[in-house]
Design a protein around this ligand. Sequence first.
Ligand SMILES: Cc1cc2nc3c(=O)[nH]c(=O)nc-3n(C[C@H](O)[C@H](O)[C@H](O)COP(=O)(O)OP(=O)(O)OC[C@H]3O[C@@H](n4cnc5c(N)ncnc54)[C@H](O)[C@@H]3O)c2cc1C
Length: 324
Amino acid sequence: MQEHGKDHGRRGHGQGAGDGISVSFEFFPPKSDKMEAALWKAIRRLAPLGPSFVSVTYGAGGSTRARTHATLARILRETDLVPAAHLTCVSATREEVDAVIRAYGEIGVRHIVALRGDPQGGPGTPYEPTPGGYVNAADLVAGIRAIGGFEISVAAYPEGHPESPSLAADIDNLKAKIDAGADRAITQFFFDNDQFYRFMDRVLAAGITVPVTPGIIPIHNFAQVATFARRCGTTVPKSLAEKFEGLEDDPKTARFVAATIAAEQVMALREQGIRQFHFYTLNRADLVYAICHLLGLRPSQPGAMAEPAPSKPAAEARAQGGGS
Ligand SMILES: Cc1cc2nc3c(=O)[nH]c(=O)nc-3n(C[C@H](O)[C@H](O)[C@H](O)COP(=O)(O)OP(=O)(O)OC[C@H]3O[C@@H](n4cnc5c(N)ncnc54)[C@H](O)[C@@H]3O)c2cc1C
């Protein structure tokens, strides 16, 4: 039976793996009714796993300001999930950014993912702070702390931020964000766990003691994820690309391959003692749900978890091989 409304999201009530696994899920604000329906299908599927929080991204230059706000408001209205609001400094003065922070507070958001944002000209072009605006993420963290009442997460980059002169400079920048008052870092996605372990050694050596949660991206579409990776400086190992070779027109097999790859990555991290995972869901639940299951997470309401039964025509189409 398909269920709606508050009962689906039980804050932290998912049956954890018993060894302290906690997960968070990142969504982006939808642009159309169709995308909104897809987002909510994903939220309702994942909510019973009891994520510690779910975050909603903020488009470059505030382009999604209203949609991010509306998505957060709906999460607060219709679920029991803990939302986190992403926020950037791009193309806005301090007063404008502070107004967004206060508006988040007014609807009950208590957690902000504080980011500088990409340069207006896109990744790879020089970043120009807006006159009268927050200059970088550390400055924004200090601004959010000054307003008060929010938990704050910031971004971290196991392979270094593309604009950083060195990984050491990037870790200094991460330290500056923590010293300004951030409670946690969430990493850019990566595919080589060794990069993450080496990064964590340096993070600890720098005296950073807050949790640093690995960001995991299940590969729903290899070409798309490879493009994201190029833009944000994440290495795509040759061996990973090879696993998707020849599957360009075979999404079903690609999905099995993607599930295996993400499961191997996450289980290896777990073997090394990692207990917190942040999933870039791209508003899709299937792979993330499967990986969480492998991590030992179980829904708080087993009956509420089943995918809604397909309508008769859809079921018939599937039986005839017309859909996945
Ligand atoms: C978990 C996560 C979530 C994200 N969510 C979003 C989102 O919702 N919307 C969005 O638009 N983008 C998002 N991004 C992308 C992010 O905005 C970009 O990576 C952006 O280019 C950098 O943001 P930052 O907060 O890391 O910046 P910062 O920490 O300010 O650093 C940016 C770069 O500038 C350098 N730097 C900073 N201060 C100084 C200084 N004083 N002197 C010299 N160098 C300095 C840093 O070393 C780094 O190279 C996200 C990234 C991650 C990892």
